[in-house]
Design a protein around this ligand. Structure first.
Ligand code: ASP
Length: 321
């Protein structure tokens, strides 16, 4: 099968006056927040509720960035808002695995320091992305897995829900929508007024996955990836994003080949994962130079975006050529 492709792209560029700086995050005027709410089979089938939540998340995050919050904090807090909404495949609304329970994956990365944190197959964390932040900030490690990993992060301050069976409610959209198609993984990338970047992703994974299966979302360089120039987050068939080291590959192509970020993302998402792997997926990406990119291979993705010059905007986009 040959995919036909669709994507939404908002291109904004501006010259950056400031350089990467530490401190109060007021060294430049420019800031960006780009979120994804995962899969949407077609724009007309997306519920208003999803877009409203994305809009709220972008609006809150943009205000924080304008006030000098760090990209890392805004990425984390935006994802918390989406995890708590209960309508995405992340946090409260996560898909159940084939045994009927939730195993959450999440990761977070800060561009200018290269610091990262992640958690995989967590069964009781209220906000997996906060646990990823704890892994980053309070341990010398990156990725914590399974029951012992979760216990370590809870010991260090991650919040566990008392009764996972009653807390997690696999989200089911109202009829006539297809439950398996209408909600997805969440992700965020941000540029702050220090000129620093961050990326994060959170998911319950694929619906009905095998117990213990871990997707791309907690794998640095497969889904979340950030360095001093780029920040990226992926959604789609995780196995393929892992095999392709997808988001790291996009950043490396853009940097080493000198191609535009959009072209690098389209090559990996469309040609490698789409054409060659026959798998669906999408990536959001921004650069410190002001690029805003969404690349999809026919996989419809809900997004929310805003910047110092672009008011909070949300949408769902599937355009087939
Ligand atoms: N990438 C996620 C995973 O494979 C699923 C998704 O983004 O829809 O776990």
């Amino acid at each position: 099968m040959k995919w036909t492709y669709g994507y939404v792209f908002l291109a904004l560029s501006w010259s950056m006056n400031g350089s990467a700086a530490t401190g109060t995050c007021d060294s430049q005027d420019e800031y960006i927040l780009l979120l994804h709410g995962g899969f949407a089979s077609a724009p007309e089938r997306v519920e208003r509720q999803h877009l409203d939540v994305l809009k709220r998340a972008v609006t809150v995050g943009l205000k924080a960035l304008a006030n000098g919050a760090t990209a890392l904090d805004v990425v984390e807090d935006s994802i918390v808002l989406l995890e708590d909404a209960g309508i995405y495949d992340a946090g409260k609304g996560s898909y159940f695995n084939s045994e009927g329970f939730v195993e959450n994956d999440a990761s977070l990365m800060e561009g200018h320091t290269g610091r990262a944190g992640a958690v995989a197959a967590a069964q009781s964390l209220r906000n997996p992305i906060r646990a990823a932040r704890i892994a980053m900030d309070r341990t010398p490690h990156v990725l914590f897995v399974g029951a012992t990993g979760e216990a370590t992060l809870i010991e260090l301050g991650a919040e566990a829900v008392e009764d996972p069976k009653s807390y997690f409610k696999e989200y089911r959209p109202p009829p006539p929508q297809e439950p398996a198609e209408e909600h997805g993984t969440v992700g965020a990338v941000a540029l702050d007024r220090c000129g620093n970047l961050a990326a994060g992703t959170s998911t319950g994974g694929t619906p009905g996955k095998m117990p213990g299966r871990v997707g791309d979302s907690p794998i640095i360089g497969a889904s979340s990836f950030a360095n001093a120039k780029y920040a990226l987050s992926a959604t789609g068939k995780g196995e393929h994003f892992i095999r392709r080291a997808a988001t790291h590959d996009i950043a490396a192509r853009a940097e080493y080949l000198g191609v535009p970020l959009q072209d690098a993302a389209d090559y990996v998402v469309r040609e490698l994962i789409g054409d060659m792997d026959q798998a669906q997926g999408a990536v959001i990406a921004i650069s410190a130079a002001g690029d805003i990119v969404l690349s999809s291979n026919g996989y419809g993705v809900m997004y929310g975006v805003g910047s110092n010059i672009l008011a909070a905007t949300v949408g769902a986009e599937v355009k087939y050529d």
